[in-house]
Design a protein around this ligand. Structure first.
Ligand code: 0GY
Length: 306
């Protein structure tokens, strides 16, 4: 039972040529189901294929990551049980970003924290979610701020201007999924991407995941002759963000890549894009280790135990 046209994730990814630095974090990935144990939400907009925690951890090890940040996907609504189960099973090697409603109790928030949750996700992509009133989201943000959590936001570039006042009123760190989905057919120096850069420039609590080239690319997965890197039209956008805000960027695979209908990326090749967007070892270490550790495992960063 899957959404028609749904593609299953890539079962045999290529071994990346790029060797990840020790302690690297895949800071955006999901678990789906398994649906017989963790059913999908009735209000979901798509039904994915199951993608279990064991499969996620196998990918983590194969690619050379040490840790995961598992993000609640919309198909599980505000039922975070699959996410919590995966975080617990990871025994400290995964953190979570949950979805909660205003009705969530303090005890429930505490239990999520103990399981490893450190953020909530607010989704503004209209094909994925129904509208939630902003005052409800602000109320949630105020409550989770007290736990030291942050807010992850997912939106499309053309909606940033309208959402600007809401985003800039959030009282926490704010992490943007997939660079705010730039239209990479437009000029990198044009007003649309310029507004996103201004958003980060003017607000030093705003971070960005430089992830998901496979979702944003118009040129697609074909590499140029003699090069391995696919999705070449997305690379300049991601690289600009990494070079301008090296201490506020994160990277993730987005496995198992929900909602892709034309092709499924090879996760090994996605890893091989990293040196194109973060060209020096220092930028790579910040992107893959220092930044996600500071955000999701601050206690270990402070103790110097990683
Ligand atoms: C992503 C992107 C997508 C889906 C979701 O929660 C979700 O359903 O985030 C998308 O369809 O663009 O980050 O996985």
């Amino acid at each position: 039972m899957k959404t028609p046209g749904w593609l299953d994730w890539y079962a045999n990814p290529t071994k990346p040529e790029f060797v990840l630095p020790p302690g690297a974090v895949d800071a955006h990935c999901h678990v789906f189901g398994p649906h017989d144990k963790f059913p999908y939400a009735p209000e979901r907009k798509y039904t994915p294929c199951d993608a279990s925690k064991e499969q996620l951890f196998a990918l983590r090890d194969f690619l050379g990551f040490s840790r995961n940040v598992i993000v609640q996907a919309t198909c599980h609504g505000a039922d975070n049980r699959a996410l919590v189960d995966a975080c617990r099973a990871a025994a400290g090697r995964a953190r979570g970003v949950a979805t909660v409603r205003r009705s969530v109790t303090d005890d429930e928030l505490h239990a999520l924290h103990v399981a490893g949750v450190r953020g909530v996700r607010f989704n503004f992509v209209k094909r994925l979610v129904d509208f939630t009133p902003k005052e409800e989201l602000l109320e949630i943000a105020g409550r989770i701020a007290k736990l030291g959590w942050h807010v992850v936001i997912y939106f499309e570039a053309q909606d940033l201007a309208e959402l600007w006042d809401f985003f800039t009123a959030l009282p926490t760190k704010v992490v943007v999924d997939h660079m705010g989905r730039p239209n990479v057919d437009k000029d990198i120096d044009g007003p649309e991407f310029g507004l996103f850069l201004k958003f980060m420039e003017q607000h030093d609590n705003v971070w960005s995941k430089v992830s998901c080239p496979e979702r944003l690319s118009v040129t697609g997965p074909a590499a140029l002759d003699g090069e391995r890197a696919p999705y070449r039209d997305v690379i300049p956008f991601a690289r600009r963000i990494v070079e301008r805000f090296p201490d506020r960027v994160l990277w993730g695979t987005d496995w198992p890549h929900p909602n892709l209908k034309d092709h499924m990326p090879d996760d090994g090749l996605l890893v091989d894009i990293i040196p194109h967007i973060a060209p020096t070892p220092e930028l790579q270490r910040k992107l893959l280790v220092d930044n996600p550790m500071r955000l999701y495992w601050p206690e270990e960063t402070a103790l110097g135990t990683r």
